[in-house]
Design a binder for this molecule. Structure first.
Ligand code: NDP
Length: 256
């Protein structure tokens, strides 16, 4: 197999929530592999900060502000990107939120917010980018799922439901759009150290100890741990892989 199979020169990738954490690392990794990156964010300041860091690293990126929970904004933003920058060859549905609390007392609004951001938004993003990809008979969609796509745990009922749904969205779109030469796959991160879990990583926090002892690799993952899989799923090396969810979790999911 030639290494050129993994190159992304000439490909344009849109990463939602690409200013920090996993999204930022994946965007940077895909840019380093040659892709032109479009970073989505909903806050101007964070977007500018991310773009400066790309520029300093000599990497090509543009930013687009929109909120992925708003169907109108998604539709307009995708149409603008296609017109102003060119075709979106690869979509990474990365942005996500989590709301924690026991199922019996979880606020209804928290449930709706998580389902909207973590499941409905990736569907809408895929729908509107997919329309262009179908026209071109080419495209790749990478959904950032979770170990919670597979496992249940205390106090994350909405998140688990959304990420389990995202796994099935991945499989369904893969089946429906494979005839159009579109591959839809997922990455299932284990516990990855990012701003989403800063509080839990403080030494002495029981959850920190639990995660390290429960993960067979014996450590938190880093956002960089996900980059190789993202490049693989974005590249021609994965052209005949469709509907799969690859866990990048230090062996966690298979150990249950
Ligand atoms: P972060 O909280 O660090 O980053 C999430 C990003 O999503 C932020 O940039 C945030 O922007 C953006 N975002 C949230 N809501 C919206 C919205 N409505 N519109 C646009 N952007 C939005 O999280 P991680 O990097 O840790 O997580 C990234 C993905 O990986 C998520 O889908 C998460 O569920 C998944 N994941 C993470 C794991 C982990 O251990 N870290 C484990 C398994 C899965 P803003 O600053 O505006 O809020």
């Amino acid at each position: 197999m030639s290494l050129s199979l993994f190159k992304l020169q000439g490909k344009r990738v849109l990463v939602t929530g690409g200013t920090q954490g996993i999204g930022f690392s994946i965007a940077r990794g895909l840019a380093q592999a040659g892709a032109m990156v479009v970073i989505n964010a909903r806050k101007r300041e964070k977007l500018d900060e991310a773009l400066v860091s790309f520029e300093q690293a000599g990497l090509a990126a543009v930013g687009v502000l929109f909120d992925i929970t708003d169907a109108r904004q998604i539709k307009d933003a995708i149409s603008d990107i296609e017109k102003q920058h060119g075709p979106i060859d690869i979509l990474v549905n990365n942005a996500g939120i989590i709301r924690r609390g026991p199922a019996e007392s979880l606020e209804e609004q928290d449930w709706h917010d998580v389902i909207l951001t973590d499941l409905t938004a990736p569907f809408l993003m895929s729908k509107y980018v997919g329309q262009y990809m179908i026209g071109r008979r080419s495209g790749k969609i990478i959904n950032i799922c979770s170990l919670m796509s597979e496992l249940g745990r205390d106090s994350v009922v909405a998140y688990s439901a959304a990420k389990g749904g995202l796994k099935m969205l991945t499989r369904n779109l893969a089946t429906e759009w494979a005839p159009y030469n579109i591959q839809v796959n997922g990455i299932g991160p284990g516990y990855i150290a990012t701003p989403i879990n800063t509080d839990y990583r403080k030494p002495g926090n029981p959850l920190n100890d639990y995660i390290i002892s429960r993960t067979p690799a014996g450590r938190w993952g880093t956002p960089e741990d996900l980059v190789g899989t993202a490049i693989f799923l974005a590249s021609a090396a994965s052209d005949f892989i469709n509907g799969q969810l690859i866990y990048v979790d230090g062996g966690l999911v298979t150990s249950f």
